[in-house]
Design a protein around this ligand. Structure first.
Ligand code: FAD
Length: 431
């Protein structure tokens, strides 16, 4: 995708406050920590490091929020896709409960940072609605509600009439309202984090792709594609699903299966439409295998998303499906045009768990958020800062440290997601 493609960041680029100055890196620099990637993970790390008194320098290959952080739906969720009880089962009795607790508090970390730094990013903390498709979706949400409630989480199961009132459609069997969650403007949040990190003393350089990394004994020497260099004792590789196959750590590219997801945004809805659709401004998504998500932005545009890439034949197939699906869910919006469309890549792991790697002495990475990255990225960036600042040890991290492992049949699975989503959206021609 061309870097200036309007289908990269769509509505979010059109409505976010401008990015702070982040000139390409020139010359030679020495810092405590070099960070690769200016998404939520890298920017949260830079902010918390600078606040803790460490010098941090961020290298971003493109622009702030170029990756998932500038393209997502903006649902600030607590926890992961996995059922809560799956975490202790998969991660054991130490990391399982710890990860649940830290990610359960994730939305509070995000909304508190937004408040503390005055980040203008359309933040709304009215909860999210996970909407049940049919009886199987309803059973899934019932189980999810039971598991969260056992942990004391403020979630509420809504029957069909109650869900219809909050969503604005009778199409769903019910919904799970999670009061911890909310929505924000994703690119505005990334730019706001960047501004806060700069104000705290971090350095930030866009258009400065890391090209090479050399071990110099006590330090690492990072070189950008333009020949600027950075000496750092610590390195955080926060390139996640946008890690290049030929980057300095190809293993980070190979461990994730990229899953395409697109968004379409309508014109601002009028007052009557807004009173009927998501009247309390929750963000919503559903339990379908090829899921859909929908939320309003501050101007009242409905942002409607699903699985697929808006490229090649996919563009017409997915936007055509989007028109039909929108009319089915909200008949009052039949015929409403989409003014913006964009898509990005979600990094999936085989067990739906994020990864923490020590790639070499002093070189760390977080990746694989499986479509849940706003709160986790912010929390994990802070975890890394705490590690560097000596506020927590490796044994206290939210995730166990594991080596990167290439995802089996990665390319085939990526093609399956992209072309499977096309087939699914074509097959639902009646929508
Ligand atoms: C369409 C879509 C919808 C989503 N919806 C949601 C949602 O509603 N809620 C939610 O919580 N999560 C959602 N996610 C997931 C979330 O956006 C990501 O998990 C999160 O943004 C990851 O943040 P990050 O900082 O780890 O990585 P990214 O934001 O992807 O940032 C990585 C950065 O690294 C840079 N980079 C790569 N290589 C180099 C290099 N060599 N040198 C320098 N820089 C480099 C990239 O340019 C990029 O800016 C969605 C993702 C997508 C794509």
């Amino acid at each position: 995708m061309a870097e200036r493609d309007p289908r990269a960041h769509g509505l979010w680029a059109a409505s976010a406050p401008p990015a702070p100055e982040a000139p390409p890196l020139q010359g030679h620099h020495s810092v405590d920590v070099a960070i690769v990637g200016a998404g939520y993970t890298g920017l949260s790390a830079a902010l918390h490091l600078a606040e803790g008194g460490a010098s941090a320098l961020v290298l971003e290959a493109m622009d702030i929020g170029h990756g998932g952080s500038g393209r997502n739906v903006g649902l600030v969720n607590a926890g992961l896709w996995l059922m809560p009880e799956a975490l202790p089962e998969r991660l054991g009795p130490v990391h399982g409960p710890r990860l649940l607790q830290r990610l359960g508090e994730g939305p509070s970390v995000v909304f508190d940072l937004i408040a503390r730094h005055g980040i203008a990013c359309e933040a709304v903390r009215q909860g999210t609605l996970h909407c049940a498709v049919g009886e199987s979706g309803w059973r899934e949400l019932g189980e999810r509600a039971r598991q969260w409630r056992a942990l004391g989480a403020p979630v509420e199961l809504l029957d069909a009439p109650a869900a219809a009132r909050l969503i604005g459609t009778p199409a769903y069997r019910g919904a799970l309202l999670d009061q911890r969650a909310g929505t924000l403007q994703p690119l505005a949040y990334a730019r706001g984090l960047a501004r806060a990190a700069l104000a705290a003393g971090a350095s930030l350089h866009a258009r400065s792709p890391l090209a090479a990394l050399r071990d110099e004994g006590t330090h690492w020497r990072l070189s950008t594609a333009q020949g600027a260099t950075v000496h750092a004792r610590w390195v955080l590789v926060a390139s996640n699903a946008y890690s290049a196959p030929d980057g300095p750590w190809p293993a980070l590219h190979e461990e994730l299966v990229r899953f395409p997801y697109f968004n379409l945004a309508t014109r601002p809805l009028d007052e009557r439409e807004r009173a009927a659709i998501l009247p309390q401004r929750q963000g919503a998504w559903d339990t379908a295998t090829v899921l859909s998500s929908f939320r309003l932005d501050a101007a009242g545009r409905l942002v409607f998303g699903s699985v697929g890439a808006l490229r090649g034949a996919g563009r017409a197939i997915h936007t055509g499906w989007g028109r039909r699906a929108l009319a089915r869910l909200f008949p009052a919006l039949r015929g409403v045009a989409f003014e913006h469309q964009w898509y990005g890549q979600i990094g999936m792991t085989g067990d739906a768990l994020p990864r923490l790697h020590r790639l070499a002495r002093g070189v760390w990475s977080f990746s694989g958020y499986n479509g849940r990255g706003i709160a986790p990225g912010t929390v994990f960036g802070r975890e890394f800062a705490r590690l560097v600042l000596g506020q927590q040890g490796e044994a206290d991290m939210a995730l166990p440290v594991t080596p990167p492992r290439a995802a089996p049949l990665r390319a085939a699975r990526e093609a399956f997601y992209e072309f499977g989503a096309r087939a699914a959206h074509l097959a639902r021609a009646r929508w």
